[in-house]
Design a protein around this ligand. Structure first.
Ligand code: UT7
Length: 320
């Protein structure tokens, strides 16, 4: 397989917001949030933006990889919370990095955004269209929350994660991905509505809405199935996997996946306690945490898995 992750980076906002602080803002409790999700804290952007965090995460990933931005020929940003409709976050990131040789674009695959970005980067390399790519997941979800809707706003946080991917003999062993638009209404956020001199809609701003139980049921069924599929595709036993790095939505989902795969929970590192759910940012930020803790050695096998709005999902077996 032709692509290897050679560097990771992440960036979080300065402002930490504990469950206790949310108790002061709305009718919720630390006990409810902790017991239903595992989340204890999240970081909320005040000075930061989606692009500024993507830039910080990318710089750290390039430094970790030991390469310069001019070596990048592809930049993909997974995001559902770009600062601007256009230009893309990826083009703004390209400019900030002076990555003058890169082609840059955003993708919207919500919480599977990093996995989808990785798939595209790998496919470019397989097709001989890129040698070195930067894949980023960056979100400012706090601006998309209805802060009067306690059932969603307590779950999400802001941040960005990045990985440098380079053409190589070993690395991404295989990826499986999928989508089911028919179930898309389970997790939605409207963009600008049709609005012009010929229609009287007004310019309403909408916020994220989630049927939490529908998404929960989807996750506990589809994630273990997708991981099993990618393990089979790559002829890998679950026991060979050192870590399963899953999208950080809910500790109960992660525990359920571990049980269904018959794998010890210790193989499922988490940071949702500290960071909450950062959609496309969750998987690359967790990957960076694990990498920087020195827990990954060359040759280790890991699984990355994302799932969320779309509905979308994806899983990869990666040799470090
Ligand atoms: O990143 C995309 C992927 N997203 C996910 O994977 C999310 C998947 N879903 C979930 O993680 C869970 O469904 C939630 C954590 C969102 C919700 O947990 P739940 O056990 O399904 O709770 P619920 O929605 O059934 O709500 C139970 C109760 C309700 O009260 P009643 O109707 O039973 O009286 C809610 O009003 O909890 C209430 N509730 C809250 N109470 C205190 C909802 N939000 C809160 C809150 N604080 N923040």
């Amino acid at each position: 397989m032709p692509a290897r992750i050679i560097g990771t980076g992440s960036a979080l906002p300065k402002k930490a917001v504990s469950n206790g602080e949310l108790e002061k803002l709305m009718d919720t409790t630390d006990e409810w949030i902790r017991s239903r999700t595992g989340i204890e804290n999240r970081y909320i952007a005040v000075e930061e933006t989606t692009t500024s965090m993507a830039v910080e995460a990318a710089k750290r990933a390039l430094e970790n990889a030991g390469i310069g931005a001019e070596e990048l020929d592809l930049i993909i940003v997974g995001t559902i919370s770009a600062d601007m409709c256009f230009p893309s976050t990826a083009c703004q990131l390209q400019d900030a990095l002076s990555a003058v040789h890169a082609t840059a674009f955003d993708i919207n695959a919500a919480c599977a955004g990093f996995l989808f970005g990785l798939t595209i980067a790998e496919a470019y390399m397989r097709a001989g269209m890129a040698r070195t790519a930067l894949v980023v997941g960056a979100e400012t979800l706090s601006k998309m929350m209805d802060w009067n809707d306690r059932s969603t706003c307590v779950l999400f946080g802001d941040g960005a994660g990045a990985a440098v991917v380079r053409k190589d003999e070993i690395g991404i062993d295989g990826i499986v991905q999928g989508s089911d638009g028919a179930r898309g209404s389970a997790l939605v956020c409207e963009n600008r509505l049709v609005n012009n001199p010929f229609i009287q809609n007004g310019n309403r701003i909408d916020y994220a809405k989630m049927d939490g139980q529908a998404v929960y049921k989807f996750a506990v069924k589809t994630v273990p199935q997708t991981i099993t599929e990618v393990l089979e595709k790559t002829k890998t036993e679950a026991g060979q996997i050192k870590y399963f790095l899953l999208h950080q939505a809910n500790i109960r989902i992660i525990e359920s996946v571990a049980k269904k795969l018959n794998q010890p929970i210790e193989k499922f590192p988490t940071n949702l306690q500290e960071c909450g759910n950062i959609s496309a940012g969750s998987v690359p930020i967790l990957l960076d945490f694990v990498n920087r803790e020195g827990k990954l050695e060359r040759g280790d096998k890991i699984v990355l898995a994302g799932f969320g709005a779309g509905l979308t999902w994806g899983a990869a077996v990666v040799t470090w």
